[in-house]
Design a protein around this ligand. Structure first.
Ligand code: GDP
Length: 311
């Protein structure tokens, strides 16, 4: 199965959550009995550890022969570091913009991060079903924002899909009457426009946690992209720590994402996004290597303030 890694970015209320739910529903990745209310992307049980707030949730859908990992992103400027680290894992973004409201402060903030990371943007004009929309003005605003933020020629050449995430319709044409009753325009755009993850084919594992999560049974989990090689459960590996020291450990569990769930797997392949358990104090930006190839990636910076989240 081919992989696509994409982040979804938007101003609050422009429809990220509704869009991911609709993609999940239409891809058939959700089990019939699953309640969207239990959804992972919007859970309120935010875990906080050492000042790193986990606001991002990952989900994955299957479409045709592709597994599409979708990373949610926090829109707030306080979490700029987290957005940057997510951009490090993906090859493209869906920039969701409300067809009436147009570009807003958080649209600018998250698009800036995406353009800086040189990932491929797809513009998703959402809520085209609203009684009053301003599609052509909104498109002008989007183009202007790309230019203001210094987009290069390739980025300026962004494709656009017009959708109603609520109704599950999509079109490549701004004319609302051309909407079809599925999200295939968007699915096809993702697999066509967002490049497959580039992986280093040299020997040796490289896995860099970009986010942390916590699980009662296995403790701290590092979520990241396998940059190189393969990792299996029970592998003996070495973590190159932030201070340059080495810590050996055994991979206890590996997880990938499917629908709203994190599922246990035996191995993770280069290019995929997954989670590693086995090192109780694994940190963001460190590199997990196999013992024979200690070859750390550049450290990722972590700039989040410690924030008490109240929900
Ligand atoms: P998020 O903050 O970006 O995750 O936004 P949500 O997905 O929670 O959506 C915010 C609001 O917009 C909710 O009331 C949704 O029902 C509504 N919404 C989302 N997509 C659409 C759409 O395509 N059409 C309309 N009319 N409303 C939508």
């Amino acid at each position: 199965m081919e992989i696509r890694n994409v982040a979804i970015i938007a101003h609050v209320d422009h429809g990220k959550t509704t869009l991911v739910d609709q993609l999940l529903k239409q891809s058939g990745t959700l089990d019939a009995h699953e309640e969207i209310a239990d959804r992972a992307m919007d859970s309120n049980d935010l875990e906080r550890e050492r000042g790193i707030t986990i606001l991002s949730k990952t989900t994955a859908i299957h479409y045709k022969n592709y597994k599409i990992n979708i990373m949610d992103t926090p829109g707030h400027a306080d979490f700029g570091g987290e957005v940057e680290r997510i951009m490090n894992m993906v090859d493209g973004v869906l920039l969701v913009v409300d067809a009436y409201e147009g570009t807003m402060p958080q649209t600018r903030f998250v698009l800036k991060k995406a353009l800086e990371a040189h990932v491929k943007p797809i513009v998703v004009i959402n809520k085209v079903d609203r009684p009053v929309v301003r599609i052509s003005e909104v498109m002008d605003e989007v183009l202007e924002l790309f230019m203001e933020l210094g987009a290069d020629d390739d980025q300026l050449d962004f494709p656009t899909v017009y959708v109603s995430a609520l109704n599950g319709t999509s079109s490549l044409d701004p004319d609302i009457n051309t909407q079809v009753h599925n999200m295939d325009c968007l699915f096809d755009m993702i697999v066509k426009e967002i490049p497959a993850p580039i992986v280093d084919t040299a020997d040796g594992l490289q896995f860099q946690p970009s986010l942390l999560d916590y699980n009662d049974y296995v403790g701290r989990i590092g979520i990241g992209r396998v940059e190189r090689g393969k990792v299996h459960v029970n592998d003996n590996v070495t973590c190159v720590r932030a201070d340059g020291t080495l810590t050996k450990f055994r991979i206890q569990k590996l997880f990938t994402f499917l629908g709203l769930h994190r599922i246990e797997v035996e191995e993770l392949d280069a290019g995929d996004i997954g989670a590693i358990a086995g090192l109780a104090d694994i940190g963001v930006g460190e590199t997990v290597c196999d013992n024979a190839h200690i070859d750390p990636l550049p450290l990722l910076h972590v700039d989040e303030p410690t924030i008490q989240m109240v929900f």
